[in-house]
Design a protein around this ligand. Sequence first.
Ligand code: ZN
Ligand code: ZN
Length: 330
Amino acid sequence: MRAAVYPGAGQPLRIEEQAVPVPLHDEVVIKVCRCGVCGTDLHATEAHSEMPAEPGSVLGHEYAGEVVETGRDIAHLKLGDRIAVMPLRGCGRCADCAAGRIARCLNKAKQFGGYAQFARVQELTAVRLPADLSLQDGALVEPLAVSLHGAAMAGITPGCRVTVLGAGPIGAGAAFWARHLGAGHVTVVERLPPRQRIAQAMGADRVLAPEAVDPDESASDVVFEAVGRPGLLGAAMAHARMGATVVSLGFCMAADPITPAMACRKELTFKFPTGWSRRDFEVAADVLAKGTVEPRAMLTDVVGMDELPQAFEALRRPADQCKVVVDPWG
Ligand SMILES: [Zn+2]
Ligand SMILES: [Zn+2]
């Protein structure tokens, strides 16, 4: 099979021929249909990354595909099942694994490998797609589950005011879920015009460039930081009103100092969500399957395997793109 291998920082992904994986007893092998490229992949492959990707590994954690082989102990999945993947393996024995909160399992491990034609997937982490949801859309479930998890932790109440900093896939997703959960007014702060349009399409009431923002005026009940660069937590605090909640969704991998006294002055609550739960995956898949069109606005390009290395590098610079997915068979 063909796979995109990460050779190490500073080098583009390399397309290689690899053996089709064989499932372990608790795994299935899927034929990958689509896999999204994520900002986390880009950060993890930068020189001096705080959470570096392993050279020689196959990245890609936003993937969906069809079960083509099952391990010896597979109880629930069968050949032909269409699944989205929670891209972390769990121990399978703790209370969090039992509740579908794999991201909280103390013995979790990465389960990447979506930039390939086939991938091994632990059964525990497979989420069956609704019958009327395409595998192509299945690759959007993971990023939507991330933003849903954050929106749920934010405690959005009917009519509340929300500000989202950044309209990449996660920020645009946060705007969508905020709207979906009943927010009264959603402001998105984003510099790039193509992403501004996506934020609008996904449910923002207004989209502003950072220069155009007067933080005093926004005074939001919930502020999402969805950029992931140092300085953004402080910026998010400036948008918050008294007693507000600030949600860190940008997964910033560098130190981002804040001044606690400034947070105290507004009695802010900070939330640092990690990943998603099985429930988040199921809800995101359901919303897509019901035909809700807004989340699909984030999808800006589909590339074939040979185009992936170049598309991956291009995403390191501010671009017209939002969510780019790879078709490993294309
Ligand atoms: Zn991701
Ligand atoms: Zn566990």
